[in-house]
Ligand binder design. Structure first.
Ligand code: GDP
Ligand code: MG
Length: 246
């Protein structure tokens, strides 16, 4: 009997088994069991950190959600990150969230800062404006005043960035509350035009246009800085300033 050949075959079987077992484990999220592509740092469904991942490429973007209190900043963020609607109003809390999404085949880590909305011209707000790469400016379609409140916020961002080409999305939230509408789409579009940004009407409650808000920001960031290179290009040795190769 050829023991050497037997050993080799046996080792090969063990290796193959280990390989497929590892692949199975890596391709499933340990928390929610969804199919989690192996090059992700985090599960795109539940945010579980993928400890198995050794080689990962991702682009991290810092996004800030701003606007008056009660317009639905937290509801939009929570709907986007956790796919849930928060019915109770908690006005004081400022929170940070992280979500991995895939845009045109590129995994993007979104670090989202959901602001409290009461930090008028404070040092805190200045810090958000300085560090943010994309801004979601939210008003409620049921409050004309909440739209007016966004004007000084947008001016502050432009001043801090020293350019008016900042990735911004103007969001008219609570579009499910049609009977209480105070802001016409036409007026909001005019404001968006003056802000040089797109306008999206959303409802965190009815889950309308929530992904579109964040996709639009990523598209604008890519338009500004250039899209990140794909992993195949990276293997060929290209580099991109926008991409962190982990
Ligand atoms: P924030 O202060 O801007 O973070 O506002 P919240 O997200 O806490 O929302 C304030 C209130 O509005 C809460 O009671 C939410 O349930 C409610 N709300 C948020 N988004 C919507 C929406 O799209 N439609 C409706 N009908 N209510 C919403
Ligand atoms: Mg809030």
């Amino acid at each position: 009997m050829n023991f050497k050949g037997y050993d080799q075959a046996n080792t090969l079987t063990v290796r193959l088994r280990a390989f497929f077992f590892k692949r199975y484990k890596m391709s499933r999220c340990p928390r929610c069991k969804c199919k989690n592509p192996e090059n992700y740092n985090f599960c795109s469904q539940c945010g579980q950190k993928n400890e198995e991942t050794k080689v990962a490429s991702s682009c991290t973007y810092h996004l800030v959600v701003m606007g008056s209190g009660g317009v639905g900043k937290s509801a939009i963020t929570i709907r986007f990150v956790n796919r849930q609607f928060e019915a109770k109003y908690d006005p004081t809390i400022e929170d940070r969230y992280q979500k991995v999404i895939e845009r045109e085949g590129v995994p993007c880590v979104l670090e989202i800062l959901d602001t409290a909305g009461q930090e008028t011209f404070s040092a805190m707000r200045e810090l958000y404006m300085k560090n943010g790469e994309g801004f979601v400016l939210v008003f409620s379609i049921t409050s004309k005043r909440s739209l007016d409140d966004l004007d000084p916020i947008r001016s502050g961002i432009v001043r801090h960035k020293a350019t008016d080409e900042v990735p911004i999305v103007l969001v008219g939230n609570k579009c499910d509350m049609t009977k209480k509408r105070e802001v016409d789409q036409k007026d909001a579009k005019e404001v968006a035009k003056s802000f040089k940004c797109p306008f999206i009407e959303s409802s965190a409650k009815a889950d309308v246009n929530i992904n579109e808000i964040f996709n639009s920001l990523i598209d604008q960031i890519w338009q500004k800085h250039g899209p990140p290179i794909s992993s195949s290009d990276r293997r060929k040795g290209s580099r991109s300033e926008n991409c962190a190769i982990l």
